[in-house]
Design a protein around this ligand. Sequence first.
Ligand SMILES: [Zn+2]
Length: 429
Amino acid sequence: MSKATSVLFGIEEEFDVVSVERLDPGQVQIIIEMRSAVAPCPACGVFTSRVKDRPVRRVRDLPASGQQTKLWWRKRRLLCVEALCPRRSFTQESVAIRPRGRVTERLRAKVAEAIAAGNRAVSEVAGEYGVSWPTAHRALIAAAARWLPEPTPARRLGIDETRFGSVRWILDGVTWKRSDPWLTSFVDCSRDGPGSLLGLSPGRTGGCVREWLAEQTAAFRDTVELVVIDPSAPYAAGIRAALPKARIAVDKWHLVALANTMITQVRQRVTRDLLGRRGTVADPVWVNRRLLLTGAEHLSTKQWKRLHDMLDSCDPTKEIGAAWGVKERLRLLLGEREPSKIRWRLADFYDAAIHAAMPETTRLAQTIQTWWPAILIALTEDVTNARTEGFNRIIKQTKRVGCGYRNLANYQRRILSHIAVTRPRRSAA
Ligand SMILES: [Zn+2]
């Protein structure tokens, strides 16, 4: 066979194609052997070319020019010629096919990439390339280890939670244990950074934050200056323990969400007190409930009028209107960056909350008070956790493909692999 055949088959670095034979219109049989007839003994390092025997081994490979390949590797078992060496014989080794491997490395790489980049099910890709499920899965694990380098140190770290599966009861020895369906994600939130997902950790406790940070290098921990979280006391405790020097900022978006929840609670309570039942499509306050949750600056003239009419007619205690005022004052506060204006807006917010004097508004004011140092950092440093939300979408999509992963390690690997394989291309495009 000419060298050109080996080049065409893409294995000329290590192998020669010995023969190509057509089996049927869509399938060819290819026999290959290693080009080098000499190899060093793995025990003593002495080179030898004395062949003991030539076992032939079937290896799965990619299709060649659109044809299925039936690939056979004619191996060389060599005899060690060093008289003092305890090793008698050994088999020549190659880079393209691992020792005792039944699948070429290029097929393994292709399978792993098809799974990760396309976010496809392992069984589907395994079927397409004619390998077993365990082979495809092992290929993904091996590739993931290459794709997922150590997280690069980030000055701003974002921490957020995602729900993973549903709660289950698992028999652990003789006792039943409740499964924790949460996953904590760690994201690079640096303003000029790539915004990459750095890692995932099971759970949403301070412990899982501490553990993940402990697994990183000291250089990584020293680099983190600011950590952005939602107002979660366990996260804050975990960060303070693992990164005593880092400052904590609360994501402003989560505070707006808390204020909106407060409005909804007030609306529901007022409706219940007034009508003795839940709101329905017949009640204007229920129909127009979205107006209450829209930012004041986004309301059109018509919507303003509808909001006023609704509060005039359906809010005799003026509690919904007061709650709305508290929410809008919090939003104004969260929009400020200058210390003097922040002080003024904060006083205005507390004032509105005191005058509203409802359990819901008081609770919100207490949350703001508890988290104030972290909120102030978020305002003056202008941080958000918005990037984390983007990753949550990928995480959920991956979960759907796997029909809900039982094995958390597999799930994490799939998410990180998908991002590692698809992200660089997206930024290059
Ligand atoms: Zn030897």
